[in-house]
Design a protein around this ligand. Structure first.
Ligand SMILES: [Zn+2]
Length: 126
């Protein structure tokens, strides 16, 4: 049986994904699984074994880092008010130190260009 060039062995991908089940389900776990499995590509079997062992030995530490109180960042969608999620922002006009005009939402702090904004290169008045 031939395997695709650079593709990691099944056991290395499987053990890596399984070890990362220590990380609570969600975006963090998915991101770490994708990232650490992607790192296996192109490694020889010995390197895959070392990488996999490294993931297994550090999965608990990764879980602790991901779940520690000072690392928990509320999801943007959870902190954003209902109206802002619907796109009904409460815009306020603001200016940068270089006097560039922009809008900022008073509730969610989203920033946007004002409706009459033209990029400097396209603005004939500059
Ligand atoms: Zn808003």
């Amino acid at each position: 049986m031939t395997r695709a060039e650079g593709r990691p062995a099944w056991w290395s991908m499987s053990i890596t994904r399984t070890a990362l089940r220590l990380v609570p389900p969600g975006a963090a776990r998915e991101r770490w699984q994708r990232e650490l499995v992607a790192e296996l590509y192109g490694l020889d079997r010995g390197q895959q074994a070392r990488h996999t062992l490294g993931v297994v030995s550090r999965a608990a530490a990764l879980r602790a880092a991901v779940t520690s109180r000072d690392r928990l960042v509320p999801e943007d969608v959870m902190t954003k008010g209902f109206r802002c999620r619907l796109g009904w922002h409460k815009w306020a006009h603001r200016y940068t130190d270089q006097h560039a005009h922009y809008l900022v939402c008073r509730r969610c702090h989203k920033q946007e260009d004002p409706p009459d904004f033209l990029p400097p290169a396209a603005n004939p008045m500059l």
